[in-house]
Design a protein around this ligand. Sequence first.
Ligand code: IPM
Ligand code: MG
Length: 359
Amino acid sequence: MNKNIAVIKGDGIGPEIVTEAIKVLDKVCAKFGHSFKYTDVLMGGCAIDATGVPLPQETIDICLASDSVLLGAVGGQKWDTLPGNLRPEAGLLGIRGALKLFANIRPAKLLAPLASACPLKKEITDSGLDLVIVRELIGGAYFGEKKTYTDDKGVKHASDLMTYADYEVERICRVAFDMARKRRGKVHSVDKANVLDSSRLWREISHKVAAKYPDVEFSDILVDNCAMQLVRNPGQFDVLVTENLFGDILSDEASMITGSLGMIPSASLGETSLGLYEPIHGSAPDIAGQNKANPIATILSAAMMLKYSFDMSAESDAIENAVTAVLNEGYRTADIMSDAAGLKCVSCTEMGDLIASRI
Ligand code: IPM
Ligand code: MG
């Protein structure tokens, strides 16, 4: 199959990790007889430097015309003092919005070879840790009306409106229930319905959707309790569905209990097969350019692209199996290195080479 992939390398470690993911995708092409064409586009800090804005229109146009988008990471100290709408992160939110990617899929799975990197006690993870966070991605406080002003008494105010429409809740809940059907058949809807109106609407609509999936076990959970249960008994969760900001926070927590932020991929999906695939970690400017970054989350994001956008399950599995094989052989990047016997610390490029060679 021929596919066009728009590539946003971004800032910090972005270019290094994306290069390794492309190395692995090229190996998949060679093995399975596909041909992928990559088009580099600018977004984030590098786009600000080159064009003055974090998300040039040309980038949106090329992404919309592609079969999918692969993204590294954006942001860095250099651009931290710019106003909110001109920061690199505004580019990321802008592309999610422009491509109408309302569903962000963030799997958190404890891989057996990394069990020792998990900060939880062994008896907590003995029952397994394999969950998916389905995060609403283009609504809530991220996209609601924003205001910063000083009132006539000289007091400064700022607000970010958290707003949801019924159809936005309904479509993300459907994604979660459909996903649960392909997994262990369980959905927790995470909200703060004891306090927030937006959560009360969320709860009402999620129950309506749940009624259409009688085969899926369904419960509500308050977000504070959920944050606690993730470290107390993460094995109880299969699919968690939640609004944008809660999902941002809970997915960082969920990734940490799997051992490393550097391991978790994500897929952002809309109504069509066009998706955006990115690691959930940031641009790590402190280690940029040192060939130390962990490319696995980006490589696993490329695997998600094959599965969700290109319907290439065997190819996607080949990448996941190659990652597990390399970890089983004891290879680790610095972030997942420990003093356990038999481990070998490798660079970003070596990790990419190893994974590509196991495909
Ligand atoms: C994420 C990131 C982004 C978000 C930032 C960089 C805008 O934290 O993808 O989780 O908050 O969505
Ligand atoms: Mg985040």
